[in-house]
Structure formats: structure tokens, C-alpha cells
Design a protein around this ligand. Structure first.
Ligand SMILES: Cc1cc2nc3c(=O)[nH]c(=O)nc-3n(C[C@H](O)[C@H](O)[C@H](O)COP(=O)(O)O)c2cc1C
Length: 223
């Protein structure tokens, strides 16, 4: 689909740093909504803009896209929205989209893309590769939060935690410990300089990550 020059410029303005993190909303064949953070890559094709997302094959995102090949991508700086989209999905406000069936996030979002799947296939790493064409793009009220190193670190910790959750069963104890240590390191910044809210998220993340290691009770890491 050809996007207007204004909309192309909007996408280029927001998504010009390579890989961005967004929140992907999909629906299944019954219209049930799923919300999940996803890395997003932009393919600028001149008169149109495509996006690539790479959901793990067993995720609801991947399965929903095979049933209803449409999605919205919602971009924000707010780590609490990323956290809630993983652990408190019911707390999120959803609003109808303009053209696609999946809704968009209603609060704290800078930019929304409405997308249609052009192709979905398995890559060599066993991940789904979904190419979507952007049918609409618009700015929303915005995340209204200044850049914070602590907030970025929380998003990073969530990335490692979700990898650990997705891959724990196929990992050795040593690999799981590596992830846990990485998460502890990343969380040390928000634990030191972050707000109460960020520290709370990190303590939840650390607890969950620890529960996925092979540490026995005596060896558990004390904060
Ligand atoms: C910032 C961020 C980016 C993520 N990017 C991806 C991604 O590109 N692909 C993926 O499969 N999971 C990614 N995840 C993890 C998924 O959001 C998580 O596994 C989620 O539970 C997806 O599952 P679902 O579709 O079943 O809800 C990311 C998590 C975070 C916090």
C-alpha cells in the first residue's frame, strides 16, 4: 500500500534508529486480543514503508497473525507499559483502530502503526519473520516522560527476562544463571537511581528470573 508523504515522514521521524521496541497488538479468529512487546525493524521502500517483527513461533502473537493477518504497533518510552503488556494485560486501555481489526493502546503511546501482514515465514533460527505493510500511522497523546537511563534499563531487563522465560526449558543451569546475572546487572541501575515504581518492576523481574534458575534454596542470591 502506498503511504502519503506525510505518513512516510512520520514513520521515518520516529523509527530512524534501526531496531525499535514497540508493543504489538493482535487478535485471534474469535477476536480475542493479545498484547506483547516486540522488536520492530523498518524497511523503507521509498513510496511505502514495511516493518519486520520476529515473534517466537509458539507465541500468541505468531499464532494470531496466522489467523488474522493484521496488527498494530504502539511505540512508547514508558517501561511500565511494557511491563503491563507482559504481566498486567487487563490494566491496558484499548481503543479501536482505524483500519485493522486489532485495537491500539489508548494511553501513553507516541506513535501507532496499523499494519497488514504481507508475508510470514520461519527463518533459519526457527523464529517467525513477519513482514507487514504500514497502512496508517498517527501520533497519539505521547508517553510524556523524559529520557531516563533507569527506565531504559528496565525495558532491557524485561527483554532478558522474556528470553529466559521463553528459552529456560532448553537452557542449561549455567546458561540460565548467565541470564539471571545479566538481569541483576541491568537492574542494578534502576534499583540505584530509579523511582519506587521502577524499583518495584525490577524486584518483580529479579524474583521471576531467580525462580527460573537452578539455584537451590541455600544458594539463593540475597539482594
Ligand atoms: C522490549 C521487548 C522486546 C521484545 N521483542 C520480542 C521479539 O522481537 N520477538 C519475540 O518473540 N519476543 C519478544 N519479546 C518477548 C515477548 O514480548 C514475550 O515473549 C511475550 O510473552 C510474547 O508472547 P505472546 O505473543 O504469547 O504474548 C520482547 C519483550 C520485550 C520486553
Amino acid at each position: 500500500m502506498t503511504l502519503s508523504v506525510g505518513l512516510r515522514d512520520l514513520v521515518r521521524k520516529y523509527l530512524r534508529y534501526g531496531l525499535h521496541e514497540g508493543i504489538c497488538v493482535t487478535v485471534d479468529g474469535f477476536g480475542r486480543v493479545n498484547v506483547a512487546p516486540m522488536g520492530v525493524e523498518v524497511l523503507d521502500r521509498g513510496s511505502n514503508v514495511d516493518v519486520i517483527i520476529r515473534p517466537y513461533p509458539e507465541t500468541r502473537t505468531s499464532m494470531n497473525l496466522r489467523q488474522v493477518p493484521e496488527f498494530t504497533l504502539n511505540f512508547t518510552h514508558n517501561p511500565i507499559l511494557f511491563f503491563n503488556s507482559l504481566f498486567h494485560k487487563q490494566s491496558l486501555t484499548l481503543l479501536p483502530s482505524h483500519y485493522v481489526r486489532p485495537p491500539r493502546l489508548g494511553n501513553g503511546v507516541d506513535l501507532v502503526l496499523e499494519c497488514e501482514v504481507k508475508a510470514q515465514y520461519r527463518d533459519v533460527k526457527g523464529r517467525d519473520l513477519v513482514i507487514g505493510s504500514v497502512n496508517d500511522a498517527y501520533e497519539c497523546e505521547g508517553s510524556k516522560v523524559a529520557y531516563s537511563r533507569g527506565a531504559s534499563a528496565v525495558i532491557e531487563a524485561l527483554v532478558y527476562l522474556t528470553k529466559l522465560v521463553a528459552l529456560a526449558t532448553s537452557m542449561s543451569c549455567e546458561e540460565r544463571m548467565k541470564y539471571f546475572r545479566r538481569i541483576s546487572e541491568v537492574c542494578s541501575l534502576p534499583m540505584r537511581i530509579g523511582s519506587k515504581e521502577l524499583r518495584h518492576v525490577c524486584s518483580v523481574v529479579l524474583k521471576l528470573a531467580e525462580s527460573l534458575t537452578c539455584l537451590d534454596t541455600q544458594d539463593k542470591v540475597v539482594e
